[in-house]
Design a protein around this ligand. Structure first.
Ligand SMILES: Nc1nc2c(ncn2[C@@H]2O[C@H](COP(=O)(O)OP(=O)(O)O)[C@@H](O)[C@H]2O)c(=O)[nH]1
Ligand SMILES: [Mg+2]
Length: 349
């Protein structure tokens, strides 16, 4: 529920087979989600979730690439993807100058892609030197022969793609795997550039959603702390067995209020079964005995610190699941509550 599906921009990654499209996606996703290699590996378009430098969620759509399928086939596939795309990322592998097919394809789809921002990435610039050092490499101002070579190549890319009016042409290196930091170059700049090129409306919508999400989260956290304090007070009650039903009621109210804050409808019965499961996972069978009034107990059954930690855990786990838009599976809920409960107790010793 953090971000509704339709607000996440789709970025279609195109270019020749072997240019490094899949590698770039792996680097931006920070995981080797797509197979890469010297033989054609990307068979069909596939999307991956990533976040830009400031955390804007995007979908990166990998495509097979020019040369992997026939030209006609790739053109048809791209034509069907472009209408659902918010930005085109065109990847060229270092130091490819044979770009006729790229140009032809871009011309073919430009009539449907004219309103989409276009980012040209000159990838794998680490191949310019065996001793490439990404930290020392400065493609803009550096004066070494390698820096000049990459700069010239970028100028060539600029001139070649000028007809398509790209929003930006950048040098980068995705590396050979997602954490190949010895070769990766300029990926932060790529991420920031993507952000800047996103349609204004999408960026604003994301900022609005972020604001709503963080306001809502702050409110939810205040509700959890208030319920935690209430449960602690109930745990102090010197009444025999009276505490458990009161603590459960506090937790049920908390779960229902959090759900309603996040627009989820929840029955009181479901909330009650979650609260009971949580308390039984922590306080054990004692709770059920005291609920069914089977055992005459003296004083508080649960105790103030257990009551507050358990309520804090119930609220925190509920909030995490709401933020992730997850379903409330009873066993997962119990386990997560137990973990948060123990962390909370450790922190309040
Ligand atoms: N040195 C280096 N190799 C790269 C880079 N990007 C990709 N490669 C390699 O180039 C080959 C093709 O990459 P791949 O991502 O499969 O290309 P795709 O066909 O465009 O998806 C793989 O062996 C990658 O490891 C890079 O930035 N630097
Ligand atoms: Mg690929």
């Amino acid at each position: 529920m953090a971000h509704s599906q339709h607000t996440i921009p789709t970025l279609t990654v195109c270019g020749q087979c072997g240019a490094g499209k899949s590698s770039l996606i792996n680097a931006l996703v920070h995981a080797d989600v797509q197979a890469v290699g010297v033989t054609p590996t990307t068979r069909a378009p596939k999307a991956y979730g990533a976040r830009t430098d400031s955390g804007i969620p995007v979908h990166l759509l990998d495509t097979p690439g020019i040369g992997e399928s026939g030209h006609e086939e790739y053109a048809t596939s791209l034509s069907s993807l472009v209408p659902h795309t918010d930005m085109l990322i065109w990847v060229v592998g270092f130091d490819n100058r044979a770009l006729e097919q790229d140009v032809q394809l871009l011309r073919e789809i430009r009539h449907i892609a004219y309103d989409k921002p276009l980012l040209i990435l000159g990838n794998a610039v680490d191949r310019v030197s065996r001793h490439f050092n990404p930290d020392a490499f400065d493609v803009t101002c550096g004066s070494s022969p390698e820096e000049a070579i990459v700069r010239n190549w970028l100028a060539y890319l600029n001139a070649t793609f000028a007809f398509a009016a790209p929003s930006s042409v950048l040098a980068c290196a995705a590396g050979e795997c997602c954490d190949d930091t010895a070769r990766q170059y300029n990926l932060k700049a790529v991420s920031r550039c993507i952000e800047e090129m996103l349609p204004e409306a999408m960026r604003l919508r994301w900022l609005e959603e972020e604001k709503t999400n963080s306001d809502r989260k702050a409110k939810a956290e205040r509700m959890i702390l208030a319920a935690t304090a209430t449960a602690g007070t109930i745990g102090l009650l010197p009444l025999p067995v009276a505490d458990v039903p009161l603590i459960i009621t506090t937790q049920v109210t908390l779960i229902l209020s959090l759900c309603s804050l996040y627009g989820r409808t929840f029955s009181a019965d479901t909330a009650r079964s979650l609260a009971l499961a949580a308390l039984s996972a922590i306080a054990g069978p004692m709770v059920f005995h005291s609920l069914s009034k089977c055992i005459p107990a003296f004083g508080s059954v649960v105790g103030a610190s257990v009551a507050s930690a358990c309520t804090y855990a119930v609220g925190t786990v509920t909030l995490t699941m709401l933020n992730r838009d997850e379903d409330f599976d009873l066993n997962t809920f119990k386990k997560a509550v137990r973990d948060v409960f123990h962390d909370y107790r450790q922190g309040h010793k």
